[in-house]
Design a protein around this ligand. Sequence first.
Ligand SMILES: Nc1ncnc2c1ncn2[C@@H]1O[C@H](COP(=O)(O)OP(=O)(O)OP(=O)(O)O)[C@@H](O)[C@H]1O
Ligand SMILES: [Mg+2]
Length: 1023
Amino acid sequence: MIEDQTRLLTVLFADLSGSVAATLDLDPEEAVEKVNQALEVMAAAVARHGGRIDRYLGDGVLAFFGVPQAHEDDPLRAIRAALDITAGAAERGFQATAGIDTGRVYVGQVGGAGHHERTAMGPVLNLASRFQSSAAPGEVVVGEATWRLARGAFEFEPRTLTIKGVPRPVPAYVALRPLARPRAARGLEGRRTALVGRADELARLVRALDRARAGEGGIATIVGEAGVGKSRLVEELRMRAAEPAPGGTEDLLWLEGRCLESTTSTSYAPFVDLLRETLAGGREDSPVDRGAAVADAVQALAEAGDMQAERAEEVTLLLGNLLSVADPAAEAALASAAPREIRARTFAAVRDYLTALSARRPLVVALEDLHWADSLSLELIDFLIEPVTEGSALLVCDQRPAQEHPSRDLPDLAARKAGARHVAIDLRPLDAEDVRRLLGALLGGGSLPENLLATILDKSEGNPLFLEEVLRSLIDSGRIERQNGGWQVKPGVAIDVPATVQSIVLTRIDRLDDEPRQVLQVASVIGRLFGTELLRAVAADADVERALWLLEQHDLVYLDRVLPEEQYSFEHVFTRDTVYDSLLKGRRAALHGDVARALEALWPGAGDERVEELAYHWERSDDPGRALEYSIRAGEKARRAFLNDAAVAAFSRALERLDVDGEPDPAARARRARVRESMADVLELVGRHDEAAQEYGRALDDRPPDEPVARARLLRKAGGVLRVQRRRDDSLRAYDRAEAELGEPPAEKSEAWWQERTAVELGRVMLDYFLSDTDELAQRLSGSRPLIEAHGTPLQRGRLFATLALLGFRRERYAPSDETVAVARRAWEAVNESDDLAERVDIQFCYGFALLWAGRYAEAEGRLTEVLTLAERIGDTTTRARCVAYLALLERRRGRVDAAREWAERAMAVAAEGGMLEYTAAAHAHLAWCDLRDGDLDAAEDHARESRALWEKLGGPYRLLAWIPAWPALGVAVARGRRADALDLARFLLDPERQPMPEGIAAELREGRLKAALERARATGYA
Ligand SMILES: Nc1ncnc2c1ncn2[C@@H]1O[C@H](COP(=O)(O)OP(=O)(O)OP(=O)(O)O)[C@@H](O)[C@H]1O
Ligand SMILES: [Mg+2]
């Protein structure tokens, strides 16, 4: 019995339609008899196709396909059974209807006290039942998921249904009849892409083909996991084979036979498939016709002299037998032969038939999916290797690497028997570049955001089928959508295991007994990669060695590495996900707890080292206390390493647990305040200012009044956020409140108090840099200096120098004196050893900035890029924006248009990320300058206008820097001959509020010689 789980299942409802009418004039006993007959038909059809009756429902049945053993072709089996039911019912004078759907279903115990039964539940069941009730008498109606998986095997007619309780029309399909030759339903509809990669493999196959054309036979074996592209490769070869032969030789003959999962125990299945396809030649496929076709074909070979006449009779007899032609004479002829003898004669007949076929023209025999071959077929292939390779035909075989199936020996056998005439192809996943190319082709123009692309590539692991399926399930579920040639993405896209892929995996899992399956479940909880030691510790009762051996045999896991610790890997992420998803929630949580405990027991002193791993498991366990503790620890660890996204994610998870209803106790509030503050620090660093401000505010709410220093710290940090957001009045108020919280200096010496006091002071100074005039700034600074020098940390002293340098910039109108540059340099040096990288980059930036204004471009470039690298490492958006914007200005000063443009574009992007108006404005100004230099006046004008409009909002020291957009604007006005505008701009630039410009240029402007001014500015590298 299989344990409770959720799994992929195909569900069939079949019912007698109008049975009431049919039984109306019968007496009750007769009616029951009739209904029983019908139910028997149903049960027999379900059993015949490997399904299981779950229950009888009046005069109908509910049947499952895919439990206890899943098959890749469960949807096909269900449809076959349903078609048999409707046909069988019709023969007995009834009408039956059927509905089928495929999807995830809960399988297990249901029921309340006293009454339990095993069944399945889920929306799929309801839908299938609705499909059944919507079917007209004799119809089989299937849902979309079933259709997708079966559309290569049946003829369907689409239909749209409205179903009560479902807001949108539901697509459905009426299954009409099986297609003569089923094909795998693969590829995105209408998106057959060109072959990517595989050049080498195809070339080797084509060489073998050319040799066959020249009369030299051979065998090719292609081995590769499901969906990696074996059939596709064979198909490509077939297309080459269909090209006209060089030198006008006979056209090549291509025969193809495939194995199906459902014919694994059918004797000679791929050969029967091959012969039927070849011999039917468009004729109706009844046994009698088949017999005639065999006789004709063999006769033709004999008449052409390619087969001896006396062999012809024997070959006709045995091929006919193989194809089950209903010929009483033939049956009589073979009746007395022993099975061994029939086998030997059949082998010989097939050999002679193929040899005769290849006598006049090149022949290729392709046999596909041999991992599902019956053992007779494999023996026959073995038997054929020698005659074929010694003759002129080429045998092409493909199969999955199924270790538990005899087909695994075929490549070795071929190597031994055919030697140099064997082409062995071990088909590996596509490399990353090919996968990207394939994905691009599948998307057919338009692209996806890089992170989604990366996830898709990651999940599909180079397997083209998985790639197609993942993409399709994203499209089907509406998470990506085609819109005017591009793709629109809904946020929060997670990638589930596509149904096709699930069924491939489930088929393997279901063949396991309980113990290895349970070990596999434990492993899935540990993760895609799992160490043997940990697995053993969790699955303590199981024979883990044996289980792993079996799991390897079934191609579910492989040994990934032995050192430093033995570790296994699931074959594919989807293998792991399928197993994991099938676990019920409660069991999953229990297992996560077991894994976490085992981790702690195995590596007791591991401390911080395994924090993420422990957090991962505890968070999914049923121990909320541990989960919280570890989320916080993981967040703090990530924050220290500047893994900002991971930190935000971990803190969010912790906060979700901390945000309980009702009033938490003081300890919980203090803890929540700490988490909020850490979270806010990270958010601020990455430029998510609004959220940061909000978290600081909430943290403040959690701090009681008797914690003035902590409250002041939160207010001061919020003030910093507001300052960066240019909400200067609010910022000022926050600093005032912080100061008020701190109140008078405490009686006993408190370092924390003084440091916070200093920090508030420094924050104020920074604000004054933007707000007040230089005298006020100087005054405040001289007032603060003793405080900072007495109580500041080294970092705070570094900040003091930086602020002094800022004062210098303001005073000297951004034409810094040597003294100011020296102060900025001291700021750099004071913090160069600090490991508070966030503070450090902020302070050190100002030295690069000083060097830039001092015209020391090479040095400035060096320092700014150094700061930028650091800022990138820690994800500091504000500092990144500053650096790239001023590097753009630097290149502008050097007259390098391309480099300036590159930095400006980056500045535009980063400024947008952090919502920083000033750098967006600067980026527009620099782009205006670049466009002007490149002669694109329209673009230059747009950028300049945009920039100047933003600039007006900036105020403060930015008034000094307003020439940055005004110069390119002047260039545009002059080039367009708009003299009045140009003169206005000249006056604007000459305003004493602006940063001073070189006297020569100013003189030209004053005299109204605007062209000359522009030329001079350009020649001297000023603008
Ligand atoms: N190199 C390739 N370039 C483009 N598309 C490919 C390539 N290889 C495979 N595909 C596509 O990926 C899908 C799966 O490939 P295919 O059916 O050949 O796999 P398979 O190895 O035969 O799988 P199975 O073992 O299930 O039969 C198909 O839609 C195929 O067209
Ligand atoms: Mg295939």
